[in-house]
Design a protein around this ligand. Sequence first.
Ligand code: DGL
Length: 273
Amino acid sequence: MIGIFDSGFGGLTVFKEIKKALPDYNYIYLGDNLRAPYGDRGQEIIYQFTEQAVNFLFKQGCDLVILACNTASSDALKKLQQEWLPANYPNGRILGVIRPLTEEATKVSRFGKIGVVGTTATIKSGAYLRELKHLSSLARLCPTIKAWQQACPLLVPLIEEGWLDKTETRMILKKYLRPLKDQQIDTLILGCTHYPLLMKEFKRLCGKRVNVLNAPKIIAAKLVDYLQRHPELEQKLVKQKAVRYLTTGDPKTFSKLGGKFIGLEISAEKIVL
Ligand code: DGL
């Protein structure tokens, strides 16, 4: 079984594309809505919460857990992969979203000028910049990558309020993007699960010369590729098309709001972490 973890609803944008690309598998989606948002919390608490959630998903029988949340990927993934997993579930796998997005960005960027937007915690962690630097030192294709990042803390609450078409949201987004545009970036990584819901605005404000990456589609395509390269894991995954949605918050609210993120009617169950 594949587990998908997010701090709340946002990861459903990613899960939607994963389910489209890989419809046959069994999935558990877990949103820690009770303790969301993670984006303005500190690194240690984000790690603790993520470890609890991942532990829960492995206990449910997951073989692979995807951290769809950028904040959790930035602040918890490395330690989970390097220390926690070998000690607790040596046969389990945990993947995040930073590697697939930075790989794609370095591949498609024309002039190696990459911008990253995300929550305060994601940006503070420097995880995207570190990964871009690492890839740029490996790849001969794009050795001169330069990257800039911008925290956009107001976007998650605005998106959750449904303020997608409001002038206020547009003005705030414009202000956030200004410093990146001043650097003449050619590629933009939307390093937050919620931002794809503002894709049209991002594209419009960035202009035609900037490639705004469609994060959920890229993550889904990289997962397809990953499973092809790891048949020993792929063979273990149950394929009965069963999906469960779990939340630490109110299941009714999750079903209603989550349904909007995924574009489906869903019914969530409450769990305690
Ligand atoms: N899911 C988070 C992310 O992708 C955004 C919401 C939050 O701050 O918890 O960074």
